[in-house]
Ligand binder design. Structure first.
Ligand code: FES
Length: 119
């Protein structure tokens, strides 16, 4: 089921302190590396912008017949495993809606929006 999940990662956001840094790109690399370490096959796709540019790192969790969640304020040092766990729970859910108490804290606090699946 979780193979139907795609984690879109904005790789274009700029770091406020270092305009040359791309925290989302670094987050995506760390995410892919960690998925390999955990032998998980979630899809990770870079995107140029999720329109949440002031809250890097920003991702979206998406899958067929599921609500899409956009989540911001993610930190590479703190949240890679939490994003993986969020994506796994998202994949296991029937429609993408993960119970509040089952969401890692970064998922609870960082949600920017959710969008329903196409009918
Ligand atoms: S550049 Fe990352 S959300 Fe816009």
């Amino acid at each position: 089921m979780s193979n139907d999940v795609t984690i879109f990662v904005c790789v274009s956001c700029r770091d406020g302190a270092d305009q040359d840094a791309r925290p989302g790109a670094a987050f995506m690399e760390a995410l892919r590396a960690r998925l390999g370490e955990r032998s998980l096959a979630l899809s990770v796709e870079p995107v140029e912008c999720l329109a949440v540019c002031k809250r890097p790192t920003t991702i979206a969790l998406a899958g067929p017949r599921k609500w899409t969640y956009v989540i911001g304020d993610l930190d590479r040092a703190a949240h890679v495993d939490d994003v993986i766990d969020s994506a796994l729970r998202f994949g296991e859910s029937e429609n993408g809606i993960v119970a509040w108490k089952e969401r890692p804290v970064c998922f609870r606090k960082g949600v920017v929006s959710r969008t329903p699946p196409l009918p």
